[in-house]
Write a protein that binds this ligand. Structure first.
Ligand code: ZN
Length: 304
């Protein structure tokens, strides 16, 4: 099944359900950043959560940034996801390894750390972005995001995030989010319904591994609640908008003196994009051209 996102509603539109499969894009992140297994699970869960959070936004250019900062060896995690289905992200220490849990599972909570903060920034495409911070609950990502949604966005939510890493890479990844919509937020019976789905949600990763499809999993979750699947599966993918031109633009901001110094001491410059790990090289000639640009800008400013 290709990486994709599916939306549905239930309980007369009082509950919103979103499911996403992210197996390929999490594997791409693993390869790009040379992530350890637990690093893959941590970043994969956060990227999956980013796509789920972005899915409820309105304007096409809307984006969500999620930053997790715990006291574990993985350091920070940063993810940027859009309503357009693109996502990118990185962790500070991709090679981090921690012992598995007694149940033999990847210990994401230990890698991220259980003490720290979750920051979420929603850029709705106009005005100032909305940002909010909560303390980490467990460092397992899913619980932390659910806590954020319930407290900062006052949206009672249940979610499951799963990344299964085998010896050859990511075998299954994805997530499902159930939310009570604001118009139904005072309906106590819906909270009970949400709680009753927790057991079903906890089986999510196992179902992913069995390669159940998203519609099947959503059916299992809300089939008895008057489910309406919304048309149009959306493809999702790892994508970073960085480019050689953007990198050169950033270098230019350093100014002529700094660029001249780079030519003389390093014979060029090398820059790595944190988000996708692409390395951009620029030669002495590239840097000299930037200096020339800066100088011709200055002389035109002087003469005008
Ligand atoms: Zn990039």
């Amino acid at each position: 099944m290709a990486d994709q996102l599916i939306r549905a509603t239930a309980a007369d539109g009082g509950i919103r359900i979103v499911g996403v499969v992210t197996t390929r894009l999490v594997e791409e992140a693993r390869q790009r950043h040379a992530l350890s297994a637990v690093g893959t699970a941590a970043l994969g869960r956060t990227m999956t959560a980013g796509l789920l959070l972005a899915s409820s936004m309105k304007r096409p250019e809307s984006r969500v940034n999620i930053r997790l900062r715990g006291d574990g060896p993985l350091g920070g995690i940063l993810v940027d996801a859009g309503l357009d289905g693109t996502v990118r992200g990185y962790v500070d220490n991709p090679e981090t390894d921690v012992p598995a849990t007694p149940q033999g599972k990847l210990d994401v909570g230990a890698a991220i750390g259980r003490n720290g903060y979750l920051y979420v920034v929603r850029d709705v495409g106009y005005g100032y972005p909305y940002s909010s911070t909560v303390e980490l609950v467990s460092g397992e990502v899913g619980e932390d995001i659910a806590y954020y949604l319930a407290t900062s966005e006052q949206t009672p939510s249940a979610l499951a995030l799963g990344v299964y890493v085998g010896p050859g890479g990511v075998e299954a990844a994805g997530g499902i989010l159930l939310q009570i919509l604001p118009k139904a937020a005072r309906d106590e019976s819906l909270i009970t319904v949400l709680e009753s789905r927790m057991a079903e949600l906890s089986a999510f990763t196992a179902k992913l591994r069995e390669h159940k499809t998203l519609p099947e999993m959503i059916q299992d979750l809300g089939g008895d609640l008057g489910l309406t699947m919304l048309p149009g599966n959306q493809l999702v993918r790892f994508h970073c908008p960085c480019s050689r031109d953007r990198m050169l633009g950033a270098l230019k901001m350093l100014g002529a003196e700094e660029l001249q110094d780079m030519i003389e001491t390093d014979g060029g410059a090398e820059a790595t994009c944190h988000f996708c790990n692409t390395v951009y090289h620029s030669s002495s000639e590239d840097l000299a051209a930037l200096i020339q640009d800066l100088e011709s800008q200055r002389s035109s400013e002087v003469s005008s």
